[in-house]
Design a protein around this ligand. Structure first.
Ligand code: CO8
Length: 265
């Protein structure tokens, strides 16, 4: 099924099972407006219901993944705390990212600041171009990261570096981001989107129910589940895979030295 074109995101399907969502507000360095996040939510909801989609890539352009929340809009639309509560500020953003449980890969080129950095952190895998820059400069605007940054940065890079980044607002380049675990790989700018698409394609080629179980198990650990609870949760999900046709097929194919033919069941 296809979607009608949207103003702030461009959708493409460059490989089997892969939906690429390109943020498309280049004049504002892809600053995240409510309208853009609404479009992203529509795209991700589409990915969720389309069985042909196995993984999603979220990307920007060579200069900017996203330079932050749209500060002009935030300032214009929210006079005070009460206003934020009344308008459920950022709630639609969380809903947008939660619209799909399928794996999301951020392909980050250029700026990923503030809300843009938090958007990358909300993805399951971050692949960075050599020119990628990450930062949480919200304190310089007199506010704090509000789209998950305080919670996800510490999980990604540990307390000392998370505090360093959040409290000083400094920028982190791709190599440091990779060293510290925020990013899974760094590649030349022109390879960033292709590598993300290849990774998404590899995920999409696997058995989707076992991908979903693996992602749930890793997400549980990321949610700071105590180790013994996490190990128990993982074991239960592992048991779940033994009800999958794809688990039977995958193991049979291995034993018979042939390629598995998964049916996503
Ligand atoms: N919001 C709105 N517009 C932006 C943003 C932004 N975050 N970033 C860039 N733009 C606009 C600029 O205003 C400019 O527009 P115009 O041409 O109309 O003047 C255009 O994009 C191009 O930007 P620059 O001319 O500044 O481009 P440079 O290449 O010189 O600089 C930078 C690039 C360094 C990225 C610079 O634009 C910058 O510092 N941007 C802001 C970065 C930032 O502070 N981001 C964090 C924003 S706060 C946030 O994300 C909070 C998230 C949590 C929300 C909590 C709410 C309660």
């Amino acid at each position: 099924s296809s979607l009608s074109p949207m103003e702030h995101v461009t959708l493409t399907t460059p490989a089997a099972g892969v939906l690429v969502v390109e943020l498309n507000r280049p004049k504002a360095l892809n600053a995240l407006s409510d309208a853009l996040m609404k479009d992203l939510g529509v795209a991700l909801a589409h990915a969720q219901q389309d069985q042909a989609v196995g993984a999603v890539v979220i990307t920007g352009n060579d200069k900017a993944f996203a330079a932050g929340a749209d500060v002009k809009e935030l300032a214009r639309e929210h006079a005070n705390r009460e206003d934020c509560v009344k308008k459920a500020c950022l709630k639609t953003w969380y809903d947008a990212m939660g619209a799909t449980s399928k794996p999301k890969i951020a392909a980050v080129r250029g700026y990923a600041f503030g809300g843009g950095c938090e958007l990358a952190l909300a993805c399951d895998i971050v692949i960075a171009a050599e020119n990628a820059q990450f930062g949480l400069p919200e304190l310089s605007l007199g506010t704090i990261p509000g789209f998950g940054g305080t919670q996800r940065m510490i999980r990604a890079v540990g307390k000392s570096k998370a505090m360093d980044l959040i409290l000083t607002g400094r920028r982190m380049k791709a190599d440091e981001a990779e060293r510290s675990g925020l990013v899974s790989r760094v590649v030349p700018v022109e390879r960033c989107l292709p590598e993300a698409v290849e990774a998404a394609q590899a995920i999409a080629a696997l058995s989707s129910p076992s991908v979903a179980l693996a992602k749930r198990a890793v997400d549980a650990a990321d949610a700071f589940v105590a180790l013994d609870e996490g190990l128990e949760f993982e074991r239960q999900l592992f048991y779940d895979t033994f009800d999958l046709d794809d688990r039977r097929e995958g193991m049979a194919a291995f034993c018979e030295k042939r390629k598995a033919a998964f049916t996503d069941s």
